[in-house]
Design a protein around this ligand. Structure first.
Ligand code: SF4
Length: 215
């Protein structure tokens, strides 16, 4: 895909959704970090259900420590990998208290040094909480980057670097949302809904699905 085509692709997504937002519910950098960490291999809907009660009783590192691992587990038992996530949430909260005075650091290395926090989670927090032009590549963006020709890569890091180069600077911050939402609801893994895709004319995918399947 040419640079001009990539720009038109992103601008088409932007025009269709001028104010994109994360679907995870949060009230602070800490609750955002916790929600993103909990969302690994789980839907945002399931995480929002769990955090609706969890954040009522614990929306800060100190409150999470007071709740304890067992208490956290009671709220998140319905989401995948809940045992490890409960443990990580407690460890992460302790680390924030010990290293950062209970605040979430606006720094990639410091974020990635926290329990359960990888590059993707750090990128979401840097982008959404701190306004940085970071591109978190999840399974949807990885698929979309390769399928459309927008930013092909063998690893999420390669796709991330490709997108950082291809996306116009003025659209970089919100592109994370546009691409995730597009992959989640339109350019789906099994059946991309090309018949109502706003970026269809710019997409290089050879097997576009131009008509909805019969019901
Ligand atoms: S045309 Fe189809 S494959 Fe291409 S971006 Fe749109 S939904 Fe995805």
């Amino acid at each position: 895909m040419s640079a001009a085509q990539a720009e038109r692709f992103i601008r088409a997504l932007a025009a269709a959704n001028p104010k994109p937002e994360t679907e995870l519910r949060f009230t602070s950098p800490y609750t955002l970090l916790a929600a993103v960490m909990l969302s690994a291999q789980t839907t945002d809907v399931a995480v929002n259900k769990a955090t609706a009660t969890l954040f009522q009783v614990a929306d800060s590192p100190a409150a999470m420590m007071a709740l304890g691992e067992e208490g956290v587990a009671e709220h998140i038992r319905r989401i995948g990998l809940w045992k490890a996530k409960a443990r990580n949430l407690i460890t992460l909260s302790q680390q924030l208290l010990d290293r950062h005075g209970g605040e979430v650091p606006a720094d990639r290395a410091a974020l990635e040094a926290l329990a359960g926090v990888g590059r993707k989670t750090a990128n979401v927090v840097l982008n959404v909480a701190f306004g940085e032009e970071a591109m978190a590549v999840d399974t949807h963006i990885f698929r979309l980057g390769n399928r459309t020709g927008l930013a092909p890569g063998k690893t999420p890091r390669e796709v991330e670097e490709g997108l950082m180069k291809r996306v116009p600077p003025d659209l970089l911050r919100d592109s994370h949302h546009w691409l995730i939402l597009h992959g989640r609801y339109i350019c789906k893994a099994r059946l991309p809904e090309c018949w109502h895709c706003v970026a269809r004319t710019e997409c290089n995918y050879a097997d576009k699905v131009l008509w909805p399947p019969p019901r």
